[in-house]
Ligand binder design. Structure first.
Ligand SMILES: Cc1cc2nc3c(=O)[nH]c(=O)nc-3n(C[C@H](O)[C@H](O)[C@H](O)COP(=O)(O)O)c2cc1C
Length: 221
């Protein structure tokens, strides 16, 4: 194995102490509390992509996979993102609707972890959002067979050029049939705020099914 640039000591010394700002309570509605933290993250100049979230799924082969996607809506009681319906994540969701989402706002000593059930949004909703995307992103969605092996970068760029020729800039690009949204309806939403001496605050909204009322509980850090 090649020499690694980082020593164990150097990595182990990567630690910082967290602030004094506490989390005494949160709004009874987790989406109100979530929107409040998302706004604070979005307004924080140190945070890039405040709406980026790490999505984990469990495939039919019981392999867990994880990747970042962008939150594009919080409505109808769920968190919405858009993707390719033939991708690895799409296949995983097809076989197991249970997913988790993580918003890692380290610069604010915060994270929000969601676990819930993913389902496709309506075609109309996907088409409406697709129409708002920049032209280049729309063409990119046609060009990509997301998650399939790709022989070369050139192949991808040729597919992009082909789609760009078919729908030149300024024309209406239709939403690809293999592209659309998922809404994650949460069963738990945990707010984590870093505190001194590793005595962090963890407050978790929980419910047994998507129709039940929320309970808000505090957990040991
Ligand atoms: C900041 C960031 C945002 C991303 N947003 C999306 C997104 O909204 N939708 C998406 O399909 N992929 C997005 N990706 C790419 C995914 O992380 C992933 O590579 C891709 O969806 C393929 O995942 P899969 O093969 O596990 O299905 C994003 C990546 C990053 C780093």
């Amino acid at each position: 194995m090649a020499e690694i640039e980082f020593s164990r000591e150097e990595i182990q010394a990567m630690r910082r102490s967290y602030g004094e700002a506490g989390l005494s309570t949160l709004d009874a509605d987790p989406f109100v509390a979530f929107a409040d933290w998302l706004r604070q993250a979005h307004q924080n100049p140190v945070i890039v992509e405040a709406n980026a979230m790490v999505l984990s799924t469990l495939g039919a082969d019981l392999e867990i996979s994880t990747r970042t996607v962008l939150l594009k809506d919080i409505s109808e009681g769920g968190f919405t993102f858009f993707s390719n319906y033939s991708s690895r994540k799409a296949h995983a969701i097809e076989s197991n609707e249970q997913v988790s989402l993580l918003f890692p706002w380290y610069a604010m000593e915060r994270q929000i972890a969601v676990s819930g059930l993913a389902a496709k949004v309506s075609q109309k909703e996907s088409e409406e959002y697709f129409a708002t995307r920049p032209w280049a992103s729309q063409i990119g969605a046609w060009a990509s067979h997301q998650s399939l092996p790709l022989a070369s970068r050139e192949e991808l760029e040729q597919r992009y050029e082909g789609a760009a020729k078919k729908w030149p800039e300024g024309s209406t690009v239709p939403c690809p049939p293999h592209w659309g949204g998922y809404r994650v309806t949460p069963l738990s939403i945990e707010f984590w705020q870093g505190r001194y001496s590793r005595l962090h605050d963890r407050l978790r909204y929980e419910r047994h099914n998507t129709e039940a009322d929320w309970e808000l509980n505090r957990y040991y850090p």
